[in-house]
Design a protein around this ligand. Sequence first.
Ligand SMILES: C[S@@+](CC[C@H](N)C(=O)[O-])C[C@H]1O[C@@H](n2cnc3c(N)ncnc32)[C@H](O)[C@@H]1O
Length: 268
Amino acid sequence: MDLNLHLPHPARMYDYFLGGKDNYEPDRQQAEQVEKVFPSVRQAARINRAFMHRATKYVAHEGIRQFLDIGTGIPTAPNVHQIAQEVEPQARVVYVDNDPIVLAHARALMTSTPEGCTAYLHADLTGPEQILSAPEVRHTLRLDQPVAVSLNAVLHFVPDDRHPYNVVAALLESVPSGSFLVISHATTDFDSETFDKIQNIYRDGEIPCQFRTREEIGGFFAGLEISDPGLVPPHRWRPDPVDLGDGDGGLARLDAQVGLYAAVAKKA
Ligand SMILES: C[S@@+](CC[C@H](N)C(=O)[O-])C[C@H]1O[C@@H](n2cnc3c(N)ncnc32)[C@H](O)[C@@H]1O
């Protein structure tokens, strides 16, 4: 499979922001341009990842045993299955990403407990029917039982002309009530000038990208019951006491330094 190493890719740029080693010169060049206009991007990536950890733990404690994690990223422990299986060793996880380099590293996602199970599917989020009918999904998950669908830091790579709202609706339609939707998403709300620049850097690297307002991101949760505390910057979503910063002044500063919203919602 062509790894397209001459072009930057969001998975490898994110790996760079997280301090990983699975990135190449074009990824680093593009990532450094982002860092120049948005110096807190590494912190934002870590806070996003920490939200994924807490949200996965939360839905596992809510009784979810099956996870469909789309836009997984290059494996960075703990991944979804390690967190979910710590709560429930029988948890079953299907990972999906469209980057061949994530596929090349997928073995690191296959370290399931003996009681549970993990699978990896190379596919594009914009084809939900292909995802839902894939043998990796059909053989790993029971779609008549609740599933947590997680779409962390991926929907902003699906511009409106690729119909992201229909994609999310199709995924949620295929799972029963009691299922959860977990989303984190970059926003223009706190610093539109900087985020317009970042959007253009991604687009210059041929990476489709559309950051959204809180209201637009809220649209992905239409018809679902949003868990407390609602759609908030990820560091405000059920933070661990150690993540609380120095009071609300610290949190408010972080909002602009992170530039993301996040939420968890349940299908009634
Ligand atoms: C910023 S990373 C987020 C990784 C992880 N979900 C997290 O939040 O820590 C975005 C991931 O989405 C993947 N991605 C982007 N567009 C995608 C698409 N259309 N279909 C599937 N995966 C996609 C990228 O390859 C990358 O691995």
